[in-house]
Design a binder for this molecule. Structure first.
Ligand code: ACO
Length: 340
């Protein structure tokens, strides 16, 4: 039976660090409020809000180079790309094709996944299915975001804009017949679209007639259509319910228990959500990896960035049983359980 192993991983964030105190110069907020509610101390934003070079695909390119290096592969060895993002360079085409060109891959398939905070978990689930069905051998799976250009840094947007950061993480998922190799043991993905409006960005969606309205009546376009809107408390309550469900589903499907886990890496949405889930699942602190303090919520990028750092720091080692889980806009949620 073909196994899906994580052969390489890497992450990349823009150099520019924005601390909570920097944000309090733009809006009525404070380091104390942000730290207490979210755990975030700083995040990375590209230097210029309207930069056309340090794009989502570019961040993904930098992370992918590192992942390829760790895997000992070249871009020509990659036979498929799965790219998760909610902040693509273009409305269309997707970012996967841009990454294919930047890396100099062959004319391989490139699929974009639009599942926001759950995007990387979905992307890994799709890639795993391709590997297990012997369709592809080396798949580049990416989560990347540039949020900073699309946030409202006025008081009206403070409940959302303080949370998000820019960054990218990339994984090379490869087929292996080696009986000692790691493997993806189970995946699950879920959605509940009735809550789409609870966390969304409306423009440039086809439901909102955005191009004519932007051109002909820009004065009637509202901030709530242009910028992300989030019913924070509502999202929080659903997240802390869905996380344990998807985690248990992943463990049960593989015949594993919480005690078997070496590391749990939750999507980095809010440190309070992660701590709540940790306690509810009975996990000790050293079995949960969080780095939201440094990066904020980088949506689809948060899990691969965290996994990459956990490996760099020796907190995840070959052979470890690792669970990654996410919840976010859609609503969508899901998990991937794997032996690294
Ligand atoms: N600084 C200071 N005060 C603020 C700020 C800020 N940045 N933002 C909001 N406030 C104020 C509000 O105006 C409100 O004031 P009021 O009581 O006078 O009306 C008060 O603080 C409390 O606001 P809440 O929104 O109720 O704060 P809450 O405790 O819910 O925290 C937060 C907000 C951090 C957003 C939290 O709800 C959360 O993390 N939710 C989950 C987010 C999440 O998981 N998202 C999913 C992933 S994202 C994705 O998929 C794209």
């Amino acid at each position: 039976m073909t196994k899906s192993i994580i052969k390489g991983i890497g992450h990349y964030v823009p150099e520019n660090i924005v601390a909570n105190d920097d944000l309090s110069k733009l809006m009525t907020t404070s380091d104390e409020w942000i730290t207490e509610r979210t755990g975030i101390k700083e995040r990375h934003h590209r230097k210029n809000r309207n930069d056309s070079e340090e794009t989502t695909a570019f961040l993904a390119f930098k992370a992918s180079e590192k992942a390829l290096k760790m895997a000992g592969l070249s871009a020509k060895d990659i036979d498929y790309i799965v790219f998760a993002t909610l902040s693509p360079d273009y409305f269309f085409p997707g970012c996967g094709v841009l990454l294919q060109e930047m890396l100099g891959c062959n004319t391989i398939g490139a699929l974009d996944v639009r599942n926001q905070c759950s995007g990387f978990v979905y992307a890994m689930g799709v890639a795993n299915a391709f590997i297990k069905s012997n369709t592809y051998k080396n798949i580049l799976v990416v989560g990347a975001e540039v949020h900073s250009f699309g946030l409202d840094f006025s008081d009206a947007g403070r409940g959302v804009s303080v949370i998000f950061g820019d960054g990218a993480g990339a994984v090379i998922l490869s087929a292996s017949e080696d009986e000692n190799a790691g493997d993806i043991l189970s995946t699950n993905m879920h959605s509940e679209g009735k809550f789409a409006d609870e966390l969304c960005t409306k423009f440039p969606g086809s439901k909102f007639g955005w191009s004519d309205r932007m051109r002909l009546e820009p004065e009637n376009v509202t901030d709530a259509e242009i910028y992300p809107v989030m019913n924070g408390n509502f999202v929080f309550k659903h997240a802390v319910t869905r996380f344990p469900e998807t985690m248990m589903e992943a463990l049960n499907a593989a015949g594993k228990t919480v005690e078997d886990l070496d590391m749990f890496i939750p999507h980095q949405a809010n440190l309070r959500i992660a701590q709540f889930v940790q306690q509810k699942m009975g996990l000790s602190e050293d079995k949960v990896f969080n780095n939201i303090q440094k990066y904020g919520n980088t949506t689809a990028a948060s899990i691969p960035i965290a996994l990459s750092e956990a490996i760099e720091q020796g907190k995840v080692k070959r052979g470890d049983l690792v669970l990654i889980s996410a919840f976010g806009s859609g609503f969508t949620w899901g998990s991937v359980l794997f032996e690294f």
